[in-house]
Design a protein around this ligand. Sequence first.
Ligand code: ADP
Ligand code: MG
Length: 692
Amino acid sequence: MRPERLNPLFATSASLKGVGAGVMRPLEKLGLTRVRDLAYHLPDRFVQRRAVTSLDEASVGEQIVVRLTPREYRASGSPRAPFRVHAEDAAGNICALTYFGRNGAWAKKQLPLGEARWIAGRLDQFGQLLQIVHPEHVAEDGAVALGTLCEPVYPLSEGLTQGRVAALVGQALALAPDLPEWIEPGLKAKLGWPDWKPALLEAHKGEHKPARDRLAYDELLANSLALMLVRNANRARVGQPLQGDGRLRAKLSLPFGLTGAQSRSIAEIEGDLAQGSPMLRLLQGDVGSGKTVVALEAMLIAVEAGAQAALLAPTEILARQHYATLTRMAAGTGVTIALLTGRDKGRARESILMGLVDGSIDICVGTHAIFQEAVTYRNLALVVIDEQHRFGVGQRLMLTQKGQNSLQGRRTPHCLAMTATPIPRTLTLAQYGEMDVSRLDEMPPGRQPIDTRVVAVERMGDVVGALQRHLASGQQAYWVCPMVRESETDDLAAAEARHAELKAVLGDDAVLVHGQLRPEVKDAAMERFASGQARLLVATTVIEVGVDVPNATLMVIEQAERFGLAQLHQLRGRVGRGAEKSTCLLLRGEALSEVARERLALMRETQDGFRLAEEDLRLRGGGELLGTRQSGDTPFRIASLEQIAQLLPLAHDDARLLIERDGGLTGERGEAARLLLYLFERDYGVQLLRGG
Ligand code: ADP
Ligand code: MG
């Protein structure tokens, strides 16, 4: 249970003064549903204003605070024209206070003629006239106005104003309790960091780097601590040592030899499986590096040892594909493999459930359905989770706990997680710190490099021509349209329009797949493409994960500048899977930022996923705002990429030392650390301490 002293922070934002449904909606949009979220809603930047006694001291474009006396109202005939109040400073200069779309009555009330007011805003020029458009503050009291010399600028959403958010943040901060220190005192002193509450207050008041760093560090420390607690708890669990005798693996007839990286990974996994505590291992390998066969070998070890294995895929499409691949590869082994998804109903489902309980099914492939309450295994000893980045740590924990649903008692299954997202080393620590890592850093031989070109969008005609020739030669192609949350409706319309256009040129050969289609429709389209009936797949990023069609050797990516590097890399990995040479055309718009240009150049230059991941991090750290949300994003909300790079290693060490000294978190600092875990909602870490 969450400690009581944190309750005020976890109250709903609706409990604050002045928050009705109308304000709650935009707050929810920003993820600010609780007092805690508002307290941590840190400003993007600050407006710095200068107090001047006369306008002669200020320059046009500058943010100022100045004392002015309204002298005259200037309404104009047209309702579209602004209402102006001419006001005079101490030196006799005239400045217009200009209001668009407001009626004069409102301005007149704020600015009675002859009565001096303190005004904050940006000094502009309108013809010969100095003006301030929509002054941000009008105050009778000098102290109030001068209090706005440094003012936070918060991220907003429609329906909120700066003033409104600032007021709510103020209420939230007033509710923040004092909390004991969880940071190692020596480190805190060395870096000159304030206590938690003062840091929070200061971070809202100005550009106070120590305060911001401290808050970021808290988040990183919470994450590291939680991961380490997960790791410890896992070590303490009872698993099932698995010794395979190799008889099934010997019967595997693979059309290729394993790469060195694959053999090494399999050996690491085999070593883990033989242990008494459950394996917790991440298999990190770029798209096409051959993770599936590694997973199969691992699962065969479990079956050889008389147990069952399950493979969990994030989507229906992937589950089906895995099922087909594994069945094909394992054909000679006599192993029984079943597919179980949420859509299986009735008798078919019943018979699979029976097979899992009586042990006649050795390997079960599926979606979340394979861990539902009703599903019981005779002896599930290994769970493989594919495309790991879709799940957070909390979810991973739940999965392994559900995996305990075996007749053979509450032994925790071994867990092998797989991800195709090459993550920079710093982020691997942040995201998968609780796991051991095997890296497939070597591609299967014989892969031809993908010919990657950047093409200006004006050459669309040529691109469509090349596409037609490509399809006419009997090969298939992908056409990817961007899809960004913020502009979802427009993007969807654009993808649909593009599909219609291409279909008109190509006949019935093009299918469309996007995230808003019903699963049956989506699967049917994918099926047509995978079987070769449809030769072009127009898609938003749903094909990002796992689809394998070796005959597809051309990929066109529209508005490539809107994708992040990691995402472009994932997409491109869909081609270059067969023997034929593959091509990737990155269509780019006209106005490219420097960073976007650099990104596209990198795509042309290298196909090394780990290098692209490092570069992606570097470029994004440079304040790039373009680009869609990226897979493999950080699990942090407060810490910036720069802070992650600098402070995460410190947090990681600090967490390790604390756990070594006080693994039960019962000492004074340990107790404080528990608060921290709750504060950042990593409380699954605390729950594990209760012998979970
Ligand atoms: P991933 O899941 O890592 O993206 P896959 O397991 O789907 O990659 O493998 C990609 C392709 O490479 C598959 O067609 C697979 O059969 C093939 N493959 C895997 N390992 C090797 C190898 N050692 N040599 C040649 N081809 C391989
Ligand atoms: Mg795969």
